[in-house]
Design a protein around this ligand. Structure first.
Ligand SMILES: [Zn+2]
Ligand SMILES: [Zn+2]
Length: 217
């Protein structure tokens, strides 16, 4: 079955899909999706209340770089060190995945160690070069190898994702804990990634101006 470990909604400042959109997509496509908004948990709780194919989570802005927490039901405090963030995620019963490790400024790079449950070696919004570097760097480390879309728009969900043996959200988390996952898909074209940055900027501005507020959708 397929799992997308890293998807954003309107609860992220630059996200566009609603929790309901994501929940419906998971049911329609029969895939497992983790909702992981930036330093926020509400969108994932909302999506999880609509579909059992949704894993709750959040993307934590740790001091060292972004860390995806899956299977947690509360927000994890940002700006702690990477080690403290991983410990906190484990205390909450979740799994910790290093997001896009070689993306400039937002990734942990070589600071990812075996305390992590997994690492994104294929992120649809990272460059092919950054993903290749992640694969090369982490292929021999005994942590789960993860593919994710990092989608901010509905149509990009599962453009890259993770294959696992099982049928449920619980099976997906267990597969990560046991390091039995396989990344699948390919990154978006650079032109699309650049367009997304522009779209994300306008969504951000609209929200700042109060033109767009879909939090009740
Ligand atoms: Zn990120
Ligand atoms: Zn993200």
């Amino acid at each position: 079955m397929l799992l997308d470990t890293h998807v954003h909604t309107i609860y992220s400042i630059d996200g566009y899909a609603t929790p309901r959109d994501i929940a419906r997509l998971a049911d329609k496509k029969n895939i497992i999706i983790a909702v992981t908004d930036h330093d926020a948990i509400k969108g994932s709780l909302r999506a999880n209340s609509i579909s059992k194919r949704i894993i709750t989570g959040t993307e934590v802005s740790s001091g060292g770089g972004h860390i995806v927490a899956l299977g947690v039901r509360e927000r994890v405090k940002p700006h702690m060190s990477a080690a403290e963030t991983v410990d906190r995620i484990h205390d909450l019963g979740g799994v910790a995945i290093a997001a896009h490790p070689f993306r400039t400024r937002e990734g942990l790079g070589g600071k990812v160690d075996e305390r992590f449950d997994g690492v994104e070696v294929l992120n649809a919004r990272s460059s092919r070069r950054a993903n290749a570097k992640a694969w090369e760097h982490f292929s021999s480390m005994p942590i789960a190898k993860i593919g994710s879309s990092d989608a901010h728009l509905l149509e990009h969900v599962c453009s890259c994702c993770t294959s696992f043996d099982g049928e449920s959200a619980e099976d997906a988390l267990e597969a990560i804990r046991k390091r039995r996952t396989e990344p699948v898909g390919r990154e978006l074209d650079m032109g699309v990634i650049k367009e997304l940055k522009v779209i994300n900027f306008f969504i951000f501005v609209e929200k700042m101006l109060g033109v767009r507020d879909g939090h009740n959708l």
